[in-house]
Design a protein around this ligand. Structure first.
Ligand code: PEP
Ligand code: MN
Length: 350
C-alpha cells in the first residue's frame, strides 16, 4: 500500500495521478498563468518564488513580491501551492503560504534543510539529488522523518549520466523499484529530466504507464517567454492533454476509490475513455469499409459479427450473458450503420 499524503485537499497516492504544474518560477503575470494552469486540469500549482540557478546572473525568482502573486493565485484558483525553500531561513516564511514544500535536487543533501522541514507539519516533495543513489535519497527521507514529519512524496527528476543531449536521464525504474522498498508516493518530473518540451509528453506517458502517483511539469501560457527553463516548458494545450492522459490511465487502473465524490470522478474518467474507444472502433469500421469496397468484398459478414459477439460473451466477467450480448450487439450495429455507403446529398433548394 502507498502511504497517502494530502496536499491541501488533494490526495497523493490515491490511485489517480496528481498533476502539479505551472511555470518554472513565479514571475510577473503569474496569476494569469496559474488560472490557465488550473483550467487545463492541474491539481497543484508550482509556485516557486526562490530559484536555485546555475548562474548567479540568471533570474533568481521574485522572492517576497512573488509571495503576493502566489496568495492571489491561490485565492483565484482554489488550488494548493508547492514552493521550494532554498535555505532553512525560508522554511517558516514559506510554510505560511505553501500547502507543500519542495526540497529540490540540489537541496536533497542539505541536511539542515531536511531537518528544518522535518520539524514542521507540512507535506514535503523530496526530489532525487542530481547524482544520488536510491539509498542516499531514502536516507534523506530519514532526516525528515526523525523530526516527526512523515508526509513525504518522492520525485524522480532525472539523474546526471554521460548523456549530454538531454538535460538529465529519467530513471523510470525508480518508480517500480522504490515501491518494493518503501511506501512513499512517487511522482515523476519529465521537465527537469529532459530539458526539452518535445520530450515531456512522451515521458509523461511513460511515467503514467509505470504507475507514478503524480507528474510535476513546467507549463506556461507563452512557454518561449518563461523567465526560466523556457526550453522545457510546455504550452497549456499540452498540459490539458497531460491531464486527460492522466484520467485515461486512472480509468484503466484497478484501483477503486471508496468515497462517493472520487467514485463519480472515476466514472466520468471511465466514460471519457469509453467514448474514445467507441470512436476509435467506429473509425476502424469505416476504414474496413473502404478496404472491403476496394477489394470487392461484401461489407456485412454475419459470421464475423457472430465471432465479435461471442468474444464479448467470453470476455465479460461482471456482465450477465444477456447484458454482454446487448452491449455487443448495439456496438456492432452502430459500426454497421456507419459502414453504410453515404447517399449523395440531394439539394432541396429551389
Ligand atoms: C524545480 O522543480 O523548480 C527544480 C529546480 O527542480 P530540480 O530541483 O529537480 O532541479
Ligand atoms: Mn525549472
Amino acid at each position: 500500500m502507498v502511504r497517502q499524503v494530502k496536499v491541501g485537499n488533494v490526495l497523493i497516492g490515491s490511485g489517480r495521478a496528481v498533476i502539479i504544474a505551472g511555470p518554472c518560477s513565479v514571475e510577473p503575470g503569474y496569476v494569469n498563468v496559474a488560472e490557465r494552469t488550473a483550467s487545463a486540469g492541474a491539481d497543484i500549482l508550482r509556485a516557486f518564488v526562490y530559484k536555485h540557478r546555475t548562474s548567479p546572473h540568471s533570474f533568481q525568482g521574485m522572492g517576497n513580491e512573488g509571495i503576493k502573486l502566489v496568495r492571489e493565485a491561490k485565492a483565484r484558483t482554489g488550488l494548493p501551492v508547492l514552493i521550494e525553500p532554498l535555505s532553512t531561513k525560508h522554511v517558516e516564511e514559506l510554510a505560511e503560504v505553501a500547502d507543500a514544500l519542495q526540497i529540490g535536487s540540489r537541496g536533497m543533501q542539505n541536511v539542515e534543510l531536511l531537518r528544518a522541514v522535518g520539524e514542521i507539519e507540512i507535506p514535503v516533495i523530496l526530489k532525487r539529488g542530481l547524482a544520488s543513489t536510491y539509498d542516499e535519497w531514502l536516507s534523506a527521507t530519514e532526516y525528515i522523518e526523525v523530526g516527526g514529519n512523515s508526509q513525504i512524496i518522492l520525485c524522480e527528476r532525472g539523474i546526471r549520466t554521460f548523456e549530454t543531449r538531454t538535460r538529465n536521464t529519467l530513471d523510470l525504474a525508480a518508480v517500480p523499484y522504490l515501491r518494493t522498498v518503501c511506501d512513499y508516493p512517487i511522482i515523476v518530473d519529465p521537465s527537469h529530466a529532459s530539458g526539452n518540451r518535445n520530450l515531456v509528453p512522451p515521458l509523461v506517458e511513460a511515467g503514467l504507464a509505470i504507475g507514478a502517483d503524480g507528474i510535476e511539469v513546467e507549463a506556461h501560457t507563452s512557454p518561449d517567454e518563461a523567465l526560466s527553463d523556457a526550453a522545457q516548458t510546455i504550452a497549456m494545450d499540452d498540459l490539458a492533454r497531460v491531464c486527460s492522459r492522466r484520467d485515461w490511465y486512472w480509468a484503466h487502473s484497478t484501483h477503486r476509490p471508496d468515497s462517493l465524490e472520487e467514485s463519480r470522478a472515476l466514472i466520468d474518467a471511465l466514460d471519457v475513455a469509453l467514448i474514445q474507444l467507441v470512436e476509435s472502433r467506429i473509425a476502424v469500421s469505416k476504414s474496413i469499409m473502404t478496404i472491403k469496397e476496394t477489394a470487392g468484398i461484401p461489407i456485412h459478414q454475419p459470421g464475423r459479427e457472430d465471432g465479435v459477439i461471442s468474444a464479448w460473451l467470453h470476455g465479460a466477467r461482471l456482465q450477465t450473458p444477456v447484458q454482454a450480448r446487448k452491449v455487443a450487439e448495439s456496438i456492432v450495429q452502430m459500426c454497421r450503420e456507419v459502414q453504410q455507403p453515404q447517399e449523395p446529398k440531394v439539394s432541396t433548394g429551389l
